[in-house]
Design a protein around this ligand. Structure first.
Ligand code: UD1
Length: 353
């Protein structure tokens, strides 16, 4: 079986880590195409090297731009690539980025069967570009691989039932595989000037939080009010916005360059709690038994909200301080599978071959 995988943004590299390995093991012939959406070495290259992901056959070099520019350029380049190469049995995409959307549209128009890993997630907030990307991609997919049972239910509620599979979350597979390496490879003193359990870990990059000076300013005020110092591997997008809006970073924040996946697991392991607007980190915090304060008003990862492991705080300082004062008491549950999502996806694709 020949699978063409299209990826381009940091979270997709993480998701690819275990699936590419499972494909190789099962004899599936996978070709990777990198759209070039993320191009800084710290956002891309380090992940391929560290996680042993096969080198992409081609990098389309699309880079940044408005949504239409970025999506359009990707579609043009992908269409050309697909028409000049032998037709794959399936085109596979991950998650909800503009790379996902453009590949889904091109596959559908060229009638290449589409497989969507991380299908069925919804925030019900159409102001998020990722929400539009998910809805369209799910509509166009033949295989919809869902990380949770609630994702299956959400698809069913939209009338999508065929090709829908609950497989568990490939990100859980990846975390289980690499977690044992994190402490060994990255002792905390190599990463931050803080002791174990004495800092918060922050990430912030969503358009809704970074594109508006007032919102970004509010986020900084919120972080400044925290009772512990904060380690912040800063996304290039956020760095650019802070400079453009001339917003100062509060002095309790230790700003870092973006880190690789394994260093991120080590930072998470050492943190008291997490503040983030990332989707992936909400789950990684859950699986690592670290409370998470999500800097948004909705989440696609509903299960993490149970028992207070994750709290939606938006930009509301009172909600942040309330959440910090009521840590979770009960154990997490295995909502996102058993760590064998990659094997399950591989098996299902091979059945169709
Ligand atoms: C994208 C995804 C988001 C995902 C995130 C993870 C979309 C719509 N959004 O957002 O779902 O959670 O990636 O990181 O696809 N930039 C660099 N270097 C890079 C990449 C980006 O400097 O390597 C800067 C540029 O200023 C660029 C900005 O970041 O304009 C935005 O980049 P973009 O490709 O839109 O994606 P993200 O904001 O990273």
């Amino acid at each position: 079986m020949n699978v063409l995988t299209v990826l381009g943004a940091r979270p997709q590299f993480v998701k690819a880590a275990m699936l590419s390995r499972a494909f190789a093991k099962a004899g599936i012939n996978e070709t990777l195409v990198h759209t070039g959406q993320h191009y800084d070495a710290r956002m891309s290259k380090i992940f391929f090297e560290e996680l042993g992901i096969p080198v992409p056959e081609v990098n389309l070099g699309v880079g940044s731009g408005t949504h239409a520019e970025q999506t359009g350029r990707m579609m043009m380049a992908l269409e050309k690539y697909l028409t000049n190469h032998s037709r794959p049995d399936a085109l596979l995409v991950y998650g909800d980025t503009n790379s996902t959307l453009s590949a889904a549209l091109v596959a559908a128009k060229l009638q290449v069967p589409l497989a969507h890993v991380e299908a069925g997630l919804r925030s019900f907030n159409r102001a998020m570009p990722e929400e539009i990307n998910r809805i369209v991609t799910d509509r166009l997919s033949q295989w919809l691989f869902c990380p949770s049972r609630s994702a299956v239910e959400l698809l069913n509620a939209e009338g999508i039932a065929q090709g829908v599979h609950f497989t568990g979350d490939v990100m859980y597979d990846v975390l289980l595989h690499y977690r044992p390496l994190a402490r060994e490879r990255y002792p905390l003193e190599k990463l931050v000037p803080f002791g174990r359990g004495s800092y918060f870990l922050l990430t912030l990059h969503r358009a809704e939080n970074t594109d508006y000076p007032e919102q970004l300013g509010q986020m900084m005020a919120l972080i400044k009010s925290l009772p512990l110092p904060v380690a912040w591997p800063m996304h290039p997008r956020t760095k650019e916005r802070l400079a453009r809006f001339k917003i100062a970073v509060p002095s309790n924040i230790h700003v870092m360059e973006p880190v690789g996946y394994i260093a991120m697991l080590a930072l998470l392991d050492g943190a008291k709690a997490v503040l983030t607007d990332s989707g992936g980190l909400q789950k990684e915090a859950y699986w690592s038994e670290r409370p998470c304060l999500t800097l948004r008003n909705e989440t696609e990862w509903l299960e993490t909200l149970e028992n207070g492991w994750n709290t939606l705080v938006g930009a509301d300082m009172d909600r942040v301080h309330e959440a910090l004062q009521s840590p979770p008491t009960e154990q997490q549950k295995p909502w996102y599978g058993t760590g064998q999502a990659a094997e399950q996806i591989t098996r299902i694709l091979l059945q169709a071959d």
